[in-house]
Design a binder for this molecule. Sequence first.
Ligand SMILES: [Zn+2]
Length: 277
Amino acid sequence: MSALREFIEQHPRLAVLSGAGVSTSAGIPDYRDERGEWKRARPVEFQPFMTNPGIRQRYWSRSTVGWPFVARAQPSTAHLALAQLETLGFVRLLITQNVDGLHQAAGSRNVIDLHGRLDTVRCMQCGHTLPRAGLQQTLLANNPTWADIEGSIAPDGDVDIENRDYSGFVVPECPHCAGILKPDVVFFGEPVPRERVERAFEAVAGSDALLVVGSSLMVYSGFRFAEAAAAADKPIAAVNLGRTRADDLFALKINAPCDEVLSALLATIGNIRTGAS
Ligand SMILES: [Zn+2]
């Protein structure tokens, strides 16, 4: 991947924007993947979640089944390569659209979780946060018959879940104020917190170039950073399998799996000398 290496040599202070493509090989399916039940469902929307107890029962029952898959996921080659690129001084900031925390698990330190984190749960009334792992115990204690569904989820267990009656599912409340608990991720129809967006824009403005990894940029909350980089005449390189919404904006596009491209890049990067710190 000498073209990408050249790009990084010429623009050694990168802002990186990552998407679902870096996590698929780690076992976290993206929205369009048919294998993972818990993202196969139509993504839950913010207003219905907040106003309809049945939607919350549906969400938390499916999340109870899906969580162990997320909790078990290990960083992919791409996650590890991006962490190494940061250690080598090439990444100023990594903006991720993923909510799985795998960049941090791989060792990346300067990360903006644009859409939040699945491993944290927040009370929408008092703001109290608690770890999702701990809530799993409460979910299973409240709903013991949901404990053994895990084994049937993959590869074809989706239908069982679809047909399962969740109307009796007991959804935990905030332990402090009995408020509504919501995973600390940005749902569809919910704005990304302003402070997060501003930090990400600042990082793009302060970098030499933008590197997009594993995102088709179909969602505007990610696409706008490519737009901003282009408007500021910062070159954009992208590693993504398939078309993206920003193909016209790229100085370099590598249409290949990000694990493969980034590990090949790292294999040759030892020779790159930069002034980046
Ligand atoms: Zn509360």
